[in-house]
Design a protein around this ligand. Structure first.
Ligand code: RP5
Length: 151
């Protein structure tokens, strides 16, 4: 991507146990040639690290964050509370309520803390939404995105 020297999308996963559910997101990012990074950070077990990740994200060059978590999925909201960057929240299944608990945690944020929630386990959509945001900044991405989506 023109002018980009590092990752543009930060994919943050609440637990290593979540990683298999993110496959669809990584596939889309790779197909589109979007530089990205992946970190495992638990908002509950290491909250200071989550806040530091979000606070430093923009100055490190990230443009969009995709945050994925299951159960009482605090991660997307915690990240969104410490950065102005767009945060795409991906609720994951695996909890006792099949992901509905994560969906509510990711979508019902308080005023002033926006998270763009996609559907339960909708990893591909999370990456496509991140790509749509990035395409506004990097016009060369638009054609690849349209082609992938058949638009
Ligand atoms: C959430 O709790 C994680 O995102 C994961 O979906 C769930 C279980 O995590 P582990 O106990 O497997 O680390 O925070």
């Amino acid at each position: 991507m023109r002018g980009a020297s590092g990752p543009l999308v930060g994919v943050v996963i609440g637990s290593e146990s979540d990683r298999p559910r993110l496959e669809g997101a990584f596939r889309v990012l790779e197909e589109l040639g979007i530089p990205h990074e992946a970190e495992v950070i638990s908002a509950h077990r290491e909250p200071a690290r989550a806040v530091e990740y979000a606070r430093s994200a923009a100055e490190r060059g990230l443009k969009v964050i995709v945050a994925a978590a299951g159960k009482a999925a605090a991660l997307p909201g915690v990240l969104a509370g410490s950065t102005h960057l767009p945060v795409v929240g991906l609720p994951l299944s695996g909890g006792a309520l099949g992901g509905v608990e994560a969906l509510l945690s990711v979508s019902e944020l308080p005023r002033g803390v926006p998270v763009a929630a996609v559907g339960i386990d909708a990893a591909g959509n999370a990456a496509l939404l991140a790509a749509s945001i990035l395409a506004l900044l990097y016009p060369e991405l638009e054609g690849r995105l349209r082609s992938l989506r058949g638009l």
